[in-house]
Structure formats: C-alpha cells, structure tokens
Design a protein around this ligand. Structure first.
Ligand SMILES: Nc1ncnc2c1ncn2[C@@H]1O[C@H](COP(=O)(O)OP(=O)(O)OP(=O)(O)O)[C@@H](O)[C@H]1O
Ligand SMILES: [Mg+2]
Length: 254
C-alpha cells in the first residue's frame, strides 16, 4: 500500500457544491506525481482537502496515510504524521518572523512525535536553516522578516520550499509552486524538491505548465478536469498536454 492513498475522494465547499468528484490516487515514497488541469478544475481544492482545511468538506471516500484513515484528522495532526502542503497563495503572518515560524513548526511536530516538549537545539536549527537557505538562494535577511509580509512572489515560493526542507515531510503536496518564478528561481526550487524526493519522501506536484517538469521528472502524470482524473500516464503525457491543451478532455466531460 502506498504512503498516501485517496480512495473515491469527494470534496464539497461549505455551501455543498461538489468540486472534487471521486478521485483515486496513490503516492508513495520516492515517487513524483504531477497533477495537471485547467483553471478551476479543483486542483487546489483537492490539495486543501488533503491538508484538512476546514472550508473543504470530504463528503465521500477517504484519505489513508501510512495505512491510517486520516480523513477526519485536523490539519496539525496530518502535518505531524508527515503531510505537507506548499500553498498556491501563501498567507502573510505579520508579527511572526520566518525563523520563529519555522522553529515553532518544527517543535510542534517534534512534540507530537515525542509525546512531550522536545525542542530542536538552537544551534542545530540555525546550522540547518542557514544551509537550506543557501541552497535555495534565500537572502539571510529574509529570515528575520515577518513571514510572507511584503515578500515577492518568488520569495514566498522559496520560503515554502524552505519550510518543506526544514520539516522533512513524508509526502509533500506542491500547489503551483512554479507560478510566478523566474527561470533561475524555478530551477532552484525544482532542484530543492527533486533533492528531497527519495526513500524518505514522495511528492504530488500540481502545475499548469510542463516547464517545472523539465526539472522535476514525474513518474506519473494525472490529467485533472472537472473534479476528476480523466487520464493518467508517464512524463510523455505532460508533453502531450503542453502541445494539445486540455480542450479534448474538457469536451469529453462537457
Ligand atoms: N472557498 C471557496 N469559495 C467559493 N468557491 C470556491 C472556494 N474554493 C474553491 N472554489 C471554487 O471551486 C472551483 C475549483 O477551484 P480550485 O481553486 O480548486 O481550482 P484550481 O484547479 O486550483 O484552479 P487554478 O488552476 O486556477 O489554481 C472554482 O470554481 C472555485 O471558484
Ligand atoms: Mg489552484
């Protein structure tokens, strides 16, 4: 059984509108899955529901993580188990610096795993954070600024990847992490993700464009239209989508 399994997942908005209409998907360690689909097809809704966002109701089906049914778990409990979501639109947290946010997040996960306070030694934290920031080419002064407050689009995305690198999730869901990045930043971010994918981590990469997939090679590509996966294949499918667009699929479901 894969580390993350979605079984017949249906997700509705608070007003009851169904957006995700029955998704089966299995993501394991050492695998990169790409989900590609047109605007408004429900990709972010799927990502939010995986993380346990309270605004998105799972109305049918289930989410299994490491064999455990996590469908009813709160977002922090999912994070403690090793699920991570990099947001399409990261929120600003005025008053909380990147460093203190990162340390609290790590310590919350450590506490949950140890069953008691088990704070990361400051020195270890600092060393690792500086190393990861350098790798992601994040300027040092950003660490002392309030999280995402006035950050450029590219800075927000890099800091999302920094969180991922620091938290070391088992499954990372990346929602449009490529949008708004210049070509160099795209490479840095993609390499950062690719480095982490391995025996400890698998990734679900939501994207519109083939270009991030030039840097992160997907093992599986899923075409997502109108709340459903309508086709699956290997990396070649992403090239086909780039050439032909989603029209043929959209016409098929219309
Ligand atoms: N909180 C919300 N309130 C109202 N409508 C919502 C909400 N969240 C999602 N929707 C609607 O659900 C549909 C799917 O949105 P979603 O953001 O999941 O699409 P997406 O595939 O991520 O699109 P994009 O490619 O543009 O990011 C859209 O019609 C959107 O307006
Ligand atoms: Mg989206």
């Amino acid at each position: 059984m894969a580390l993350l399994e979605l079984q017949n997942l249906h997700v509705a908005l608070e007003d009851g509108t169904e957006i995700v209409k029955g998704v089966d998907l299995a993501v394991d360690r050492n695998e990169v899955h790409a989900v590609m689909g047109p605007n408004g097809s429900g990709k972010s809704t799927l990502a939010y529901s995986l993380m346990g966002h309270p605004g998105y109701q799972i109305t049918e089906g289930q989410i299994l993580f490491d064999g455990e049914d996590v469908t009813e778990l709160a977002a922090d409990e999912r994070a403690q188990r090793g699920l991570f979501l990099a947001f399409q639109y990261p929120h600003a947290v005025p008053g909380v610096t990147v460093t203190s946010f990162m340390r609290s997040a790590i310590n919350a996960i450590r506490k949950a795993r140890a069953g008691e306070d088990d704070p990361v030694p400051i020195k270890d934290f600092r060393t690792e954070m500086l190393a990861q920031m350098e790798k992601l080419r994040i300027p040092r002064e950003l660490a002392q600024r309030y999280l995402n407050d006035g950050f450029s689009g590219g800075e927000k995305k890099r800091v999302e990847i920094l969180q991922m690198a620091m938290l070391k999730p088992r499954i990372a869901v990346l929602d449009e992490t490529d949008s708004g990045l210049d070509i160099d930043a795209l490479r840095v971010v993609a390499d950062g993700v690719q480095d982490l994918v391995g025996p400890e981590m698998g990734a679900l990469v939501i994207t519109h464009y083939q270009r991030i997939l030039n840097h992160i090679t997907p093992d599986f590509v899923h075409v997502f239209v109108d709340g459903r996966i309508v086709e699956e294949g290997g990396p070649e499918l992403a090239h086909k989508l780039e050439a032909e667009g989603y029209k043929p699929y959209e016409e098929a479901v219309a």
